[in-house]
Design a protein around this ligand. Structure first.
Ligand code: NAP
Length: 250
């Protein structure tokens, strides 16, 4: 754990923290001093490894299984965090999937699955913890969107619609919750080296990235840590912070 430990005494829940960006965010927030609830859907072993890694470096963490697209699993997830930790200070809505396909061939199931997790999951988790954060008069909510939600992407109409929805949701909830000391921001990664992007053809994509490489999960985690930190990000709400190697500039 870092000596400054800006999140000491706080609890963070990271959805989809068994792998990829969520895993890196969990490690980073633990390094900043937070107790981290490591949510996962099916990768129990990977989630326990994240917990073990945090504990081995002097941090505090526990794993919680829940499919955050399912309302009946989200309430117990939040209840479990509050029972274990007594509060929830930082919620990182990270869990996400892709089910790519061109529009004309896109199955309704693929549309629905992506919207259910990538957008409705953010709504369900945020709604479930809002009452607690309102009572605390304090909270940080950080939603992982994507640059695809800003500029679109052929073959990802479902994913782009969900991620654009997350941006609208972020701005609306930021306005709703600001007067109670809760900030809501989004982080928009470009192409990050994780399981989600491992099958993409790198050569074509790299031309579109001024920094000329994929990002690493740790580079997204650094942005999340910043937005969670006090007082560094206390006056920032409703924003979308791009971590994309310069891919989208506007
Ligand atoms: P990843 O490596 O595929 O990991 C996805 C994570 O989400 C896993 O921990 C997985 O848990 C979890 N998850 C999947 N379905 C879930 C559910 N129903 N409930 C709870 N957790 C669930 O993906 P990633 O690349 O790290 O992406 C993380 C987030 O960043 C996503 O929202 C993604 O859209 C966004 N993003 C990624 C990129 C990129 O280039 N990689 C770019 C922009 C935005 P299990 O292991 O248990 O399945």
């Amino acid at each position: 754990m870092s000596s400054s430990a800006p999140l000491a005494g706080q609890t963070a829940l990271v959805t989809g923290a068994s792998r990829g960006i969520g895993r890196a965010v969990a490690l980073e927030l633990a390094n900043a001093g937070a107790t981290v609830a490591v949510n996962y859907a099916s990768s129990a072993t990977a989630a326990e490894e994240v917990v073990a890694q945090i504990i081995a470096t002097g941090g505090s963490a526990y794993a919680l299984k829940a499919d955050v697209s399912q309302e009946e699993q989200v309430e117990p997830l939040m209840a479990a965090v509050l029972e274990r930790s007594g509060s929830l200070d930082v919620l990182v809505n990270n869990a996400g999937i892709t089910r790519d396909g061109l529009l004309m061939r896109m199955k309704t199931d693929d549309w629905q699955a992506v919207l259910n997790l990538n957008l409705s999951g953010v709504f369900l988790c945020t709604r479930a913890i809002t009452r607690t954060m309102l009572k605390q008069k304090r909270g940080r909510i950080i939603n992982i969107t994507s640059v695809v939600g800003l500029i679109g992407n052929a073959g990802q109409a479902n994913y782009a619609a969900a991620k654009a929805g997350v941006i609208g949701f972020t701005r609306s909830t930021a306005r709703e919750l600001a007067s109670r000391g809760i900030t809501v921001n989004a982080v928009a990664p470009g192409f990050i080296a994780t399981d989600m992007t491992k099958d993409l053809k790198a050569d074509e994509l790299l031309n579109a990235i001024p920094l000329g490489r994929y990002g690493q999960p740790e580079e997204v985690a650094g942005a999340v840590r910043f937005l969670a930190a006090d007082p560094a990000a206390a006056y920032i709400t409703g924003q979308v912070l791009q971590v994309d190697g310069g891919m989208v500039m506007a």
